[in-house]
Ligand binder design. Sequence first.
Ligand code: PEP
Ligand code: MG
Length: 372
Amino acid sequence: DTKVNDNLSTILEWSKQESDMGVYANADTPADFAQALKFGADGIGLTRTEHMFFKPERLLEMRRLIIAEDAKEREAPLAELAKMQQGDFYELFRLSEGRSVTIRLLDPPLHEFLPHDEKEIQKVADQLNIDPTYLARRVDALKEINPMLGHRGDRLAVTFPDIYEMQVRAIIGAALDLLDQGLIIEPHIMIPLTGSKAEMKWVREVVVNQVEQLFAKKGAKLEYTVGTMMEIPRACLTADKVAEVSDFFSFGTNDLTQLTYGFSRDDVGSFMPEYIKKGILPADPFQTVDVDGVGELMKMAVEKGRFAKPNLPIGVCGEIGGDPKSIEFFEAIHVSYVSCSPFRVPVAKLAAAQAHIKLNKKKDVMANLVKN
Ligand code: PEP
Ligand code: MG
């Protein structure tokens, strides 16, 4: 075990010397984050906050919130959830010891938190002490035919801004708590599913207003950033405009691939193997970047984004952020960091270093050719 750990440390050390690409982890719990740190992660590149709401007592509060129609009824569950979220973020920030942590605001459609069949509706109505027909009506109102293209991501900030406001207060509140103890945290707040500058500008204002109010209330301040996921083709096509209101970009290649190909990320099993077997696709584009299509959009977004903001940090936090072949492409288009599941971190680090050496060598060969 010690020998394996020594070898891992040596590889990570070499990798760090060779590449300046950051390798972060996708982590939603302190346990995942601790594991990622053991594997040499530079911090967290994506916390999917929706995963924090599935513990029974939280799910109940979330349900209470979602079904409440008027602002007054929403106050109590929002306050409860804010307290729980602040504890979640406090733990992640504390473990980070000042390393970079990026928290993504709520992404999935709200109906995912609600019961669906009659029996479950009855059970939840009993737990919440409400009328089951009222609950059934609320469940119905949130039902969608195609939820992955529907009422999710930052669209929720437009319709239910109080949910994002609660999360922002919890993130900044946790960072201020740690500041009191002498640990400086710069939270990175990430907005999912942005499609346009106008949308990002609107959501950014919701976030910034909330932060400023909290700073005023606490009489304290800290540095923070507000960036966006790049996972809708339209955002990539207009990346120069989106960059004007974003402090960083992070490609969500799962949704970007889904939306570029028009392949449902949840249903590819029924046809993808045939496409690969018959040579129509070289590989599953959700696992290895499709350089000609999705990759071209990414390249365009990097160029446009940095045209507007030359030092814009740009990452990849979709599944392929940990795939070595894809990492070589990301290095070539000047992505600044990748983020992947904790267990893929060491391989990603090594791949980043190899890609750096390979691409720089290529540049040297070119330089010699030009010289001679
Ligand atoms: C993505 O779409 O690539 C992403 C990282 O977000 P999620 O998988 O949570 O949609
Ligand atoms: Mg996504």
